[in-house]
Design a protein around this ligand. Sequence first.
Ligand code: FPP
Length: 256
Amino acid sequence: MKFNLPALLRPRASEASGCPPKEKLPRHIAFIMDGNGRWAKRRGLPRSAGHAAGTEALREIIRTCSDIGIECMSIYAFSTENWERPQDEVEALMKLISRYFLSEIDELIEKNVHITILGDLTRFPQEQKNALTEAMRRTKANTGLKLNIALNYGGRAEILKAVREIAADCASGAQKPEEIGFDTVSAHMYTCGQPDVDLLVRTGGDERISNFLLWQTWYAELIFEPVYWPDYNKQKLFENLNEFARRDRRFGKVKP
Ligand code: FPP
């Protein structure tokens, strides 16, 4: 019996640990960074310590996505529902967000990262608003990774915003109702001009979308990672990217 030794020695796809080739990567990857609170609880720490540890994981993932040439990366940092959390947790998250932008902005600029905030910033305290608008202004001309940070974001609220804007355009005569297409709606999303999400990764073990990028994830591949976000790292990301590369995407059609 003949054996194909090189093939037998090659790691199976599930064991592959490197990054897949560029053409197999998602153009747009989105993350629901869940599990910070449980990560902290397990260690007897306050929930805010979990968010701080989550920021460290985020740093590694942004760096990696930028280095491997991902076009767009979206992260769910604060939802419209998160305001209902205990006040000390909301305050800790606010502080983390402004501190993050102050400490990271130079590296993000150096890496040619372009920051877009998805969501309604009007409800944020002035200090955070300043840090966020400054980060967007300073990275506006950058042509590398498009980093979308969802803050005070909700997928339904985003769709509602688009409906209202399009209705106003129809009322003013700028838009003919019969000419509204999917592209029209996409153009009114915060992600205007970007490709739809190819891969959505949610850490923390729960398997739901939680009002994140409802329009943009219509044919996204979903991966639910059991690890808590602070434990998510480059290695896990590469595993998820390899899993994505193996998926058969048909977009509702039949392959010839
Ligand atoms: C969900 O975990 C996570 C959040 C609501 C916040 C995510 C924020 C960060 C990772 C850091 C801050 C972001 C930036 C942009 C600097 P959870 O608290 O719901 O965890 P649990 O499900 O275990 O309770």
